[in-house]
Ligand binder design. Sequence first.
Ligand SMILES: *[C@@H]1O[C@H](CO)[C@@H](O)[C@H](O)[C@H]1NC(C)=O
Ligand SMILES: *[C@@H]1O[C@H](CO)[C@@H](O)[C@H](O)[C@H]1NC(C)=O
Ligand SMILES: *[C@@H]1O[C@H](CO)[C@@H](O)[C@H](O)[C@H]1NC(C)=O
Ligand SMILES: *[C@@H]1O[C@H](CO)[C@@H](O)[C@H](O)[C@H]1NC(C)=O
Ligand SMILES: *[C@@H]1O[C@H](CO)[C@@H](O)[C@H](O)[C@H]1NC(C)=O
Length: 454
Amino acid sequence: MPALVLGRIASTVICASLWLAYIATPTLAVPVRRAPVLPQDDAFYTPPTGYESTAPGTILRTRVVPNKLAAFSAFPQNMANAWQILYRTTDALGNAEATVTTVMEPHNPDRTKLLSYQVAEDSAYQGCAPSYVLQAGAGVNDAASQAELLLMDAALDRGWYVSTPDYEGPKSAFTAGIQAGQATLDSIRAVLQSTNVTNVSSNATVAMWGYSGGALASGWAAELQPTYAPDLKIAGAAIGGTPGDLNATLYEVNKGMFCGLIPAGIMGLCQQYPDLNEFVLANLIPEKKADFLKANSQCLDADTTQYANQDMFSYFTNSSVLQSPIAVKVLNENKMGKYVPKIPLHMYHSLNDEMVPFGPTQALVNQYCSQGVNIEFVKDELSEHIILAITGAADAIIWLTDRFNGVPVKPGCTSRTTLSSVLDPGALPVFGVVIFSLLGDLLGKPIGPQSIAK
Ligand SMILES: *[C@@H]1O[C@H](CO)[C@@H](O)[C@H](O)[C@H]1NC(C)=O
Ligand SMILES: *[C@@H]1O[C@H](CO)[C@@H](O)[C@H](O)[C@H]1NC(C)=O
Ligand SMILES: *[C@@H]1O[C@H](CO)[C@@H](O)[C@H](O)[C@H]1NC(C)=O
Ligand SMILES: *[C@@H]1O[C@H](CO)[C@@H](O)[C@H](O)[C@H]1NC(C)=O
Ligand SMILES: *[C@@H]1O[C@H](CO)[C@@H](O)[C@H](O)[C@H]1NC(C)=O
């Protein structure tokens, strides 16, 4: 069947390109004179005294990004400007904290369009924060999120400003949904107040995008916006591979290739919830404790390598650790679906997702739809989790473009199954332009709308 073959070829081509770029990194890497300073050692990340009394979203400090942003931290990207903004936000327990967002300006920018792109950091260590790993010289330690710079380039190539927040916050609270959602919303508030630095219009149209861990942040931001940031007008959010039910994902990945998400997810929650932390530390088997806690000081790539195919619950004196009352309480608090988004959503998910199970996402979509949320839900047959991050991007960009251009959404909820999102009407040309453009971006062409068909 040609369609099927075409979909597979398209997926394979882009994966192969990204993979080649990735393995070529050591030889093609542009030398960087000075590696960026880790966030925990960089005074820029420490908020000024008294910042707690400022309003959420207040800009505390700005600077031009110290090193150029670079795909895989090695291929510097030719954008017009990039800044970092330290801003005030609120953690999941309601405490003030400060975190950083990275704002990118393309050549020939449209200052009335701002995309908040949430990266799948998927790590419980501050040295994996996007503001750090997206800089040249940070080293390849979180290849998936470092590759996402290329998806952000696709947005910049359309003239949009892109902001990518360190939504896990200073505690690196990976999988803590309320933390992620609030930090995302406050990053948008901060960027809209940054006109005298970035030239972003203070009333720019805003949309959000994120896949996997980035969809967790974007989805939570969508849920929390009506109560936490009713002042923000957001045109919509594209979220794919959404881990709305964290517990389901933690069980799904156990004993598989992506086991490292379990210690990272559990330690991320521990960093936000002290009572869970106390419980987990007391219940790790003493000889295995140090290995489990490595997830506190390394990124996704090292976690993936270290823990692959293990039974992560065997690190505990009681393998039902996630069924203890304290864990159940935290997992339930971090399950999406407690609040109702008011903004339209484009959701996409692989029917064969081996990392974030499809069932809970379908249940979340059904629930949202019954609550009146506007959703376009795409179920993709040919992909699995990582492939859809790439093949689903064209549809997401088309949908986001419509939101930025004020095209009315299709009313209500629509749901469709596609063989491959790449083959959807209009997607292949966008996909082709995106791939072509990304390869150019990778090689240093100026990133901005002048070079692509709009
Ligand atoms: C931008 O405006 C803020 C608030 O008025 C001010 O504190 C800051 O110094 C200005 N920044 C620049 C680069 O002009
Ligand atoms: C800011 O945007 C305006 C309107 O597009 C433009 O005229 C101006 O040159 C921009 N300023 C900077 C500093 O880029
Ligand atoms: C944004 O503000 C400018 C000037 O303040 C105004 O001309 C424009 O209509 C506003 N745009 C929107 C979408 O509100
Ligand atoms: C293990 O934890 C589960 C869930 O909290 C509990 O029901 C069970 O009794 C525990 N088992 C032991 C041997 O303590
Ligand atoms: C998490 O998933 C496991 C396995 O499906 C199930 O036994 C457990 O009850 C779930 N816990 C929560 C809090 O949903």
